[in-house]
Ligand binder design. Structure first.
Ligand code: UD1
Ligand code: UDP
Length: 353
């Protein structure tokens, strides 16, 4: 069996890492990197740290508008798949690389497997929501990370070949637990004490591309008066530069950090404020309270369990949550048992070997 995985953006390298390890034990695994993310800190660092082999193909598509980027990916992925002729194509999550990979494969009549299928925000103004819906409707086999995701698919009439084996990002965290026990060089170089700081990331267009939202978030961060560590996505760094306003003195803006460094920063944070999907889950896995800078989430289980609160970008609601949000209760294990990738690899072998 030959399986081709299509990745391109930061969270996809993290999602593909545990599945890559499983697939390589069972079959030939071809890695196709679209080049959507290309800075060392957004791409290569994850391959090195997570021991993912160099991509077999780097399509070097780079940044562009949605149509241009997705179109260029479609052309280059199609050429690559025609040469490779895999037995099945795996796509991950909800980026432009995901939908381009699924569409190129489906048009070549290659079976498409979607890892992290069935998530919905029910907000079509998010580019990711469009990518998810299309990818799920193109996919032949759908791997849901939660029961909510499975039920979302069922409401759209997708019930065949749908599996909930758990979340591959939970696998990735479980596999990193050992390394998380070692002291963090980054924390000591930042000279911050565990439990004494807030960790912030922001990269959703709804927050970065609307100055009023970004300004309101920055004002809230400043008014907390707490020590804040803020690894900034390149989109966000550009938006901050465009604003041309000094960041509050309690906010330390960093370059993007590696996966292990991010997990360490998350684990020791007093609180995480984010609009990232992956980080809402990691906060939950690691037992750190999460304040989500959005009005809705795909990861509703984290909110229902009382460990995540949705506050949007309004200053007052952010401040209220930073000062008063107290998680309560257990964190039910709704994301699987840490062996999702093993089960996904086996299912692909059953279906396509
Ligand atoms: C993309 C995904 C988003 C995901 C995020 C993960 C889409 C539509 N969006 O958003 O779902 O949550 O990745 O991080 O696919 N840039 C660099 N260096 C890089 C990559 C990007 O400077 O290595 C800059 C470019 O100016 C680019 C901008 O960041 O225009 C945005 O990058 P892009 O990949 O278009 O979208 P993301 O915001 O990263
Ligand atoms: N991440 C990282 N370094 C950073 C920011 C995020 O390693 O500087 C990791 C984070 O721990 C999570 C993933 O990237 O595993 C989330 O990606 P991102 O927030 O870019 O996208 P999303 O999950 O929102 O699609």
């Amino acid at each position: 069996m030959k399986v081709a995985s299509i990745v391109g953006a930061r969270p996809q390298f993290i999602k593909a890492a545990p599945l890559d390890r499983e697939l390589r034990q069972l079959c030939t695994h071809v890695l196709i990197h679209t080049g959507q993310h290309y800075d060392y800190s957004m791409s290569a660092v994850f391959f090195e740290e997570l021991h993912i082999p160099e991509p077999d193909h780097n399509l070097e598509v780079g940044s562009a508008s949605h149509g241009q980027q997705t179109g260029e990916m479609l052309i280059r992925i199609e050429e690559t798949l025609q040469r490779e002729r895999p037995d099945c194509v795996v796509v991950y999550g909800d980026t432009n690389s995901t939908v381009a990979g699924a569409l190129a494969a489906a048009k070549l009549h290659l079976p498409v497997a979607h890892v992290e299928a069935g998530l919905r925000s029910f907000d079509r103004s998010m580019p990711e929501e469009i990518n998810r819906v299309l990818t799920d409707h193109l996919a032949d086999v759908l791997f849901c990370p939660t029961e909510t995701a499975r039920s979302n698919l069922s409401h759209e009439g997708i019930a065949q070949s749908v599996f909930n084996f758990g979340d591959v990002m939970y696998d990735a965290v479980v596999q990193s637990l050992d390394v998380l026990r070692s002291p963090s060089g980054l924390l000591s170089s930042l000279d911050v004490e565990p439990g004494s700081y807030l960790l912030v990331t922001v990269h959703r267009p709804a927050n970065t591309d609307h100055d009023e939202n970004l300004l309101s978030i920055l004002d809230a961060l400043g008014e907390t008066g707490e020590e804040i560590i803020f690894p900034a996505h390149p989109r966000t760094a550009q938006a901050l530069a465009r604003l041309g306003r000094e960041t509050p003195s309690n906010v330390r803006v960093l370059e993007p950090v590696s996966y292990v460094n991010m997990l360490k920063l998350e684990k020791e944070a007093r609180l995480i404020l984010t609009d990232s999907g992956g980080m809402q889950k990691e906060a939950y896995f690691l037992g750190v309270p999460c304040v989500t800078l959005r009005e809705e989430t795909e990861w509703v289980e984290t909110v229902e369990a009382g460990w995540n609160i949705l506050v949007g970008a309004g200053k007052d609601r952010i401040l209220q949550a930073v000062r008063g949000f107290q998680p309560h209760g257990d964190r039910p294990g709704v994301f699987g048992d840490g062996r999702a990738s093993e089960k996904i690899a086996r299912q692909l072998q059953l279906a396509y070997a």
